[in-house]
Design a protein around this ligand. Structure first.
Ligand code: SF4
Length: 383
């Protein structure tokens, strides 16, 4: 098991090496970088393209600062920094779903500064209800036809269904691994769980599925000492991959992180795409039925009597109850407005329900880990 986890870690440390190797193995292979979150990778896969998610890097941001506002979130600045440093030169294209205004604006700068042969921005209605479904399906069709003209290959319904099957299997195995972690957290650390999920977005999915199958078959039934620590749910950090050192610090201070809603975690594998029927409708259902996200606009929020309505808070509290966790750690990425807005409602709900929580403001690559450690230690004492 350790060997496979080490492999996942290696993929995360050298995030694009396998993609470059895959591309060079045969002529005309194409790799498209996806900006987090929620881009339908299955459709890229069905077109024969390798989708690779771009999480920026942990390096200090030295070039991106000059092109974007300082109050852009780390994910956006770091991704642009990586672009300017040439780390994405191997890509044939870039694809993104507009999850927030920052993504939208930085893509405009990207397209003007560094145009790629394929550049696709997909709109997702912020308010997801049936009135917007036709727009969503038209966006999915536009993506398919853009990809077909870029690759020169027809994307058949069978090919999309096949890709959905491969990605569903991947999500199923990650859910299974997380179920085991929820019961016996010592079996896998939070940072290893993040690496397991993140690496799936960096290498051919079939290869990752094979490794995941092996990993699941090697998990033994022994209780580990970590199984006895305080169980915690960890949430937030929207599009960015959370810092491995931070997750380890939290767990080393006596907390077991048993579940999360990271895009490099539970949010990514929570919902499947229906492999049967019309794939366009299946993807529309997928977006409509996704777990609550702070980048969505819920019509009942912030309105008179219902101004405390927060599907995201409900989801978080359900996750806590399901895992019988003692509390919640909330990672607030600096300058992430969609999360900060929702945090106000979430904090009120947690206080009302007397749920212990620790909210940490995080700016990857800056700030003192020792200050964080002190806060985590103080929180553990209160439990
Ligand atoms: S982390 Fe927040 S602000 Fe940054 S791209 Fe994601 S949703 Fe937008």
């Amino acid at each position: 098991m350790e060997k496979i986890l080490d492999k996942f870690k290696e993929f995360c440390m050298q995030p694009y090496d396998r993609a470059v190797e895959w591309k060079d193995a045969e002529p005309n292979r194409k790799v498209i970088g996806c900006i987090p979150m929620y881009f339908p990778e299955e459709i890229l896969h069905a077109a024969g393209v390798l989708p690779v998610t771009l999480y920026g890097s942990d390096e200090p941001i030295t070039m991106g600062e000059h092109h974007l506002m300082n109050n852009a979130c780390h994910q956006v600045r770091s991704t642009f920094d990586s672009l300017l440093k040439g780390k994405y030169d191997f890509l044939d294209g870039v694809a993104a779903l507009h999850v927030c205004d920052q993504v939208r604006f930085f893509l405009e700068v990207w397209q003007l500064d560094h145009p790629f042969p394929f550049f696709h921005e997909m709109w997702r209605p912020y308010r997801l209800d049936n009135t917007n479904r036709p727009f969503l399906t038209s966006e999915l069709k536009r993506l398919i036809s853009h990809l077909e003209s870029f690759t020169g290959t027809e994307i058949t319904i069978e090919a999309i269904r096949n890709s959905i099957g491969i990605y569903n299997e991947s999500r199923y195995m990650m859910r299974k691994l997380n179920d085991i972690r929820r019961e016996r957290p010592g079996i896998i650390s939070a940072s290893d769980m993040v690496c397991t999920v993140t690496s799936s977005m960096l290498i051919p999915r079939e290869e990752h599925n094979q490794l995941l199958r092996e990993l699941l078959s090697r998990i033994d039934n022994v209780l580990t000492p970590e199984d006895q620590r305080f169980k915690m749910v960890i949430i937030g950090h929207l599009c960015d991959a959370p810092d491995e050192g931070l997750l380890n610090l939290i767990e080393n201070e006596g907390l077991s992180l048993i579940d999360d809603d990271f895009i490099t975690g539970g949010r990514y594998y929570a919902v499947d795409v229906n492999p049967d029927g019309d794939p366009i409708e299946s993807f529309a259902d997928y977006y409509m039925n996704m777990i609550p996200c702070t980048t969505y606009h819920y019509v009942d929020c912030w309105r008179g009597d219902s101004d405390k309505y927060s599907p995201y808070a409900d989801y978080t509290i359900d996750m806590l109850k399901k895992g019988q966790a003692a509390g919640i750690v909330i990672l607030r990425a600096m300058y992430c407005d969609p999360f900060d807005m929702e945090f106000v409602l979430l904090r009120e709900r947690l206080k009302e329900e007397n749920i212990p929580f620790l909210a940490l403001f995080i700016e990857k690559g800056s700030g003192s880990m020792e200050a964080v450690r002190t806060r985590v230690q103080a929180f553990v004492e209160t439990l």
